[in-house]
Design a binder for this molecule. Sequence first.
Ligand SMILES: [Zn+2]
Length: 348
Amino acid sequence: MIRIVPFLFFLLCTVSSACAVVEIRLAGGAPVQIRSVYLHDGIVFLSLREILPPLQLSGVWDGAKRLYRIKAAGGEILLAPGSRKLRYGNRSLVLKQPPRFFAGELCVPEEVVTTHLPRLLDLEITYINPDAAANHRDNFWLDDADDALPPPLPLQQIVIDPGHGGDDPGAISPEGVKEKDLTLALALRLEKLLKMEGLAPLRLTRDGDYVVPLSRRAGKIHGAPAENLLVSLHMSAWKSSQTHGCTIYFLPLRDNEENSFLLAQSLDAALQGAGVADCTFERVTLSPLNRTPFPAVLLELGYLTNPDEFGLLSSPDGQERIARALALGVKNYAAKRPRRITDVPVTQ
Ligand SMILES: [Zn+2]
């Protein structure tokens, strides 16, 4: 395979240079050809380095913050590789695809040129892409591109919140097993596993059987909000033993929603491998989520009143499987989460 790559590279470059390329023209200006055009998942990406000059814009890569700053009349436009957010002044919008690196250059989906820059900056842009599929360098670069994505900043803090405690037992199984005891046992297992991963400093909102006020379940921020996370552990009960299932709640807060949702997805994917039912996701304003200034999820892992789920949630083996899945979910989230550009101060 390794020997084929240089040949493919040669071939693709030859083919792409022989084809038509994308053209951009600002009203009153001459058309400019854009040669660094890439197709990924059916979306056309264009090199920022090439598209900005014809639009009479300039931009710089901010290596410290790992984002791209485009200077515009009304302030800065901020884009970050791997993040779907585009921010301009105090406003932000969500792109269909995040900017990505191709061949070492940060590229944006063509919607930035066809839709967002014209609207945001009131520009009249003519964009000509004669054949969206045929004339681009293809996915050949993607392995390199993924390697080129800068990794997210390391997490600064993981808060694990075992639900209930003290005179608040939470849900109770028909046999009298209390949610507060199971969530604590699970949290201690998860803490141990995450400590071994060495991802970030850990904090448990309680490490024994006592009441923790809601105000202290949220945690204090360390570093930027996006570098923290909170996982609140709960289990349910219901009058019918048939009722079962897992729900992951997260707060519909603009700043944290994207990362909270990614965390929920990552935990859900890992939990399925541990025998937990497919989790449904719900956006709710629920404590401690609404007191937490960083990405947070609350898991209702299953029903203590359902015999199968009770077996999984209460047995040492089941608890270990769930704890391992949660640790994996957190680890995957830590590796893949996008950088948040809303944390970055904007220079006007
Ligand atoms: Zn609970």
